[in-house]
Design a protein around this ligand. Structure first.
Ligand SMILES: Nc1ncnc2c1ncn2[C@@H]1O[C@H](COP(=O)(O)OP(=O)(O)OP(=O)(O)O)[C@@H](O)[C@H]1O
Length: 890
């Protein structure tokens, strides 16, 4: 067994040495963990566990032999432990660290050891093991008891805690809400109550930890929760989830009782934020990019300067607001920062000095903060006045400014007590400043005077004895000594006592030197001990203020996140959205992430009155997905408090963004792509409201064309008639576009492309009406599909076109479409914009042009040819008018 006690040791339990027996005891108690057992400067694992630790950590195994036989052992060096712990956690192990809990020198017999910490992926608190500016959550899903379905809507409790910062929250909901919350929280570890059926937590992509079912018993859970919050405030399922979770958090921190820095257990209602389920989070690439190397929306926005701000910005994006007033307040604050470059820069400079207050408070409360941590707290507090000063007089930021309490008392206290650059170790002195404690000063004076006396001793003894090369020294083993070379030994006075004989000299001490030595060493030892005691006292004093530090951390986080949003707004030319509009109205909007990487991003408008279903057609690669996402991202950004990438924006407050957009084809749960697509569509159709924004990308493509087209059509009809949600629906089923004639709120939009000499150019520009052609084969060619295949595909398309009667609702390339494209182009500000040519204009004048147009046999023209011809005509029209052709204008 790798976790728990190695089987080979258990079998020979009676024969083991006392230390190994102690190891087996601990390992049996922590049987789901790899136990690392402190022996000297190493954390050791034995037998099978040693083999695994050696493998995962790439450490050497050693064969050990004692009276009971041979066994393997592997040691993780204590000094370098975090690096190896990380590897074990990454390999999905829980690790129990058993430390020596009594001083080895004072122990009679075997040193007592106990588990001081259980490290699990969701509960690590070590700075070295955590990513900066993120949260690491452990979550818990529980039910009050099996089958209690008193109220279906709050049947399950979902709680989560970040053990490093103390953030803890809980909510309740049905199975779908559990799924959604787990996707948003993205815990690193999950506890599942015994009454939760399999399947409810299937979506969680993290380590699932088994806990004793007793921990989920309502009374036990209530008792734990009551240590943190008024337990009656919570619904029964919430109590069970939060109580069991906090109990687990305590256990992983060494069972030292209540975690003081978990200052509150926030109860929240997911409906009070813009709902984004797992599919939406993934589809919109808020935090994860499908191409691993790619950027996410969060990366694009992250102009924060502190870990606190970074975490806050993440949280804002994870839960955008739905409360109009709060959204406006955030926009006001961002605007205030955006308008004041100097204020913004001063604040951001000051915040660069801010340490992660939330994690510092956690460490301080857990009694794990070092002197350096307290200095970090001091330095952060010292940065606050500059932030306050910068914000002075800015109305929209007055509230957050008021919350920026610089905690002068704490800062002064730390400054008086702790030296500016303290050592990492707390037990070796050098931490507490002179003048902080009278007793410490006195002890230090004694030690210093003693050392001065010793320092003068050499000169005075040389005088007294006449031994001019006499030296005074010190070594760890023998202490202070007076060294006399062999040639001078006869001059040694009577009060010298021999301490050590070397090859060429002898070392002595005198009674006074011995007395002074005892005094110095005693004083140093006492000073170290007293310093430690004073430090712990100070740390406790600071820990008692964790509420105030927490409130400051909150304000700093907000200021940083707001300033970051303002920086993005100014540097990337975002605009403040006007909220409360009836539908989505964007002028020249851009995709916030794609515009950062695209050589030249083409902005597009969106005019989607509430309840519009916009069918978007266009060739592959023409920009449909990008466009749909950019509309949704503008909505998400606006509700998160950000400005949006557009020239002008009027936006509604949306309750939920649904997506069924590409890229979710990775089949995690063993479902077929089509099954998954339908499941996602079901969610949309069930839950979308008139306040929702729905993005559907090629729904139905996962099955036979006829079925797919039927499903797509039915979905559009349902969204239009029943849901009333504002919808963007990208499709290759061109036949769907006639829905616009039948349904009041269905509109057609398309992305056009130009094709010349067989090469397709995408314009990435959205236009009214439906598209003419898919250019699928051309795109295949662009992608490098072998020439022969492309040629054959062209033939097949042509054959299909020839045989097409055009009456199937038409995904084929029908001539009618070509006509439509012609219309589109002339009514969409291109040909129509051109100054009407004068009849006598230039060579190949308008009369010729009109004749050519008239002679065009549309019924025999492929859409590509039509587009080509049109392009040609347009060019000639422009030339005739003495203008630059449209193509070159772009
Ligand atoms: N407005 C734009 N300006 C510049 N480049 C764009 C724009 N829109 C999309 N692109 C680029 O064009 C490419 C194709 O875009 P997108 O994936 O949105 O096309 P699509 O029409 O959805 O394709 P498909 O139908 O194959 O899914 C992407 O590389 C994208 O970066």
């Amino acid at each position: 067994m790798v976790t728990g006690a190695p089987a080979t040791m258990r079998e020979r339990r009676e024969e083991l040495t006392p230390m190994l027996a102690q190891y087996v005891d601990v390992a049996e108690e922590y049987d789901d963990c790899v136990v690392l057992f402190r022996v000297g400067d190493f954390y050791k694992a034995f037998c099978e566990a040693a083999d695994e630790v050696a493998r995962v950590c790439e450490l050497t195994r050693i064969e050990r032999e004692d009276s009971t036989g041979t066994y393997t052992a592997c040691g993780v060096p204590v000094d370098n432990a975090p690096k190896y712990l990380r590897r074990l956690l990454d390999a999905d192990y829980r690790v129990a660290v058993a430390d020596q809990v009594e001083d080895a020198e004072q122990a009679s017999g075997l040193v007592d050891r106990a588990v001081t910490q259980v490290l699990t992926p969701g509960t690590v608190v070590e700075e070295e093991l955590l990513d900066e500016g993120t949260n690491t959550y452990v979550a818990c899903v529980a039910r009050e008891a099996e089958g209690t379905e008193t109220d279906d809507t709050d049947d399950y409790g979902v709680a989560y805690v970040d053990v490093s910062t103390g953030e803890c929250a809980v909510t309740a909901g049905d199975a779908a809400a559990v799924d959604e919350e787990l996707a948003r929280v993205a815990p690193a570890e999950l506890l599942v109550g015994p009454a939760v059926p399999d399947g409810v937590v299937d979506g969680a992509d993290c380590m699932v930890t088994e806990r004793d079912p007793d921990a989920f018993a309502p009374d036990a859970a209530r008792e734990v929760l009551a240590r943190y919050a008024a337990a009656d405030r919570f619904a029964p399922a919430e109590r069970v989830a939060a109580g069991a979770l906090l109990r687990y958090a305590e256990y992983t921190q060494g069972d030292d009782g209540t975690l003081e820095y978990v200052r509150r257990v926030r109860r929240y209602d997911p409906r009070r934020s813009l709902r984004l389920d797992a599919t939406a989070l993934r589809g919109l690439e808020l935090f994860e990019n499908h191409a691993d190397s790619g950027r996410t929306l969060f990366d694009t926005l992250d102009e924060t300067r502190s870990a606190l701000g970074r975490r806050r910005l993440r949280a804002w994006l994870r839960r955008p607001l739905v409360d109009r007033e709060r959204i406006d307040a955030r926009h006001d604050a961002v605007a205030a920062f955006a308008e004041r470059t100097l204020v913004r820069e001063d604040v951001r400079d000051a915040l660069s000095a801010a340490y992660d207050l939330e994690r510092l408070v956690g460490r301080i409360s857990r009694g794990r903060a070092t002197a350096r941590d307290l200095r970090s707290l001091h330095d952060t507090l010292a940065a606050v006045p500059a932030v306050r000063e910068a914000l002075d007089g800015v109305d929209a930021l007055a509230e957050v400014r008021a919350a920026l309490d610089p905690l002068d008392d704490l800062r002064e206290l730390i400054d008086e007590a702790v030296v500016a650059d303290p050592p990492q170790e707390l037990t070796e002195g050098g931490v507490i400043r002179a003048g902080y404690d009278a007793e410490l000063d006195e002890i230090r004076t004694t030690a210093r005077e003693g050392r001065e006396w010793v320092a003068n001793l050499e000169a005075s003894e040389r005088d007294r004895t006449g031994i001019d090369n006499l030296e005074v020294g010190y070594n760890q083993v023998h202490g202070y000594y007076i060294e006399v070379t062999n040639g001078q030994l006869e001059k040694v006075p009577d009060d010298y006592t021999r301490r050590q004989t070397l090859k060429n000299s002898e070392r002595f001490y005198t009674p006074e030197l011995k007395r002074r030595e005892d005094e110095i060493l005693g004083a140093e030892e006492r000073a170290d001990a007293l310093e430690y005691e004073l430090f712990v006292g100070l740390r406790d004093e600071v820990a008692a203020e964790c509420d105030r530090i927490g409130a400051l951390a909150d304000a700093v986080a907000r200021v940083d996140a707001l300033a970051a949003l303002a920086t993005v707004a100014v540097e990337r030319d975002y605009t403040r959205p006007e909220m409360g509009a009836d539908g989505v109205h964007l002028e020249r909007s851009r995709h916030p992430v794609v515009e950062e990487t695209a050589a030249e991003f083409v902005p597009n408008d969106a005019a989607l009155p509430r309840g519009t279903v916009a069918l978007i057609t266009g060739p592959n690669m023409s920009g449909k997905s990008t466009y749909m996402r950019q509309v949704a991202l503008c909505v998400v950004l606006a509700q998160a408090g950000s400005f949006v990438p557009a020239d002008a924006a009027r936006l509604p407050v949306v309750d939920r963004v649904f997506t069924r957009v590409g890229a979710s084809d990775d089949i995690a749960g063993g479902e077929s792509t089509f099954m998954r697509e339908m499941r996602e569509l079901t969610d949309v159709l069930h839950d979308a409201t008139p306040d929702s924004l729905v993005l559907l990308d090629e729904v139905g493509r996962g099955t036979a064309t006829t079925d797919g087209r039927a499903i797509a059509r039915a979905a559009v009809e349902f969204l239009h008639d029943e849901s009333g949600a504002t919808t963007l629906f990208a499709t290759h089923y061109h036949g769907l576009t006639d829905l616009a004639d039948e349904y009041e709120h269905v509109v057609n939009r398309h992305f056009a492309a130009t094709e010349r000499d067989g090469a397709v150019t995408f314009l990435h520009r959205i236009r009214e009406g439906a598209a003419s052609s898919s250019y699928g084969v051309e795109v295949a060619e662009l992608a490098g599909v072998p020439e022969s295949v492309v040629a054959r595909a062209h033939d097949l398309v042509a054959a299909d076109r020839d045989g097409d009667t055009g009456d199937d609702g038409g995904d084929s390339l029908v001539a009618d479409d070509a006509q439509r494209t012609l219309d589109d182009l002339t009514t969409n500000g291109h040909a129509a914009d051109a100054t009407p040519p004068t009849p006598d204009a230039g060579e190949g004048g308008v009369a010729d042009l009109l004749a050519d147009l008239r002679d065009l046999h549309l019924a025999e023209t492929t859409p590509l040819e039509a587009l080509n011809t049109l392009h040609d005509l347009q060019r000639r029209a422009a030339e005739a008018a003495g203008e630059v052709p449209e193509e070159e204008r772009r």
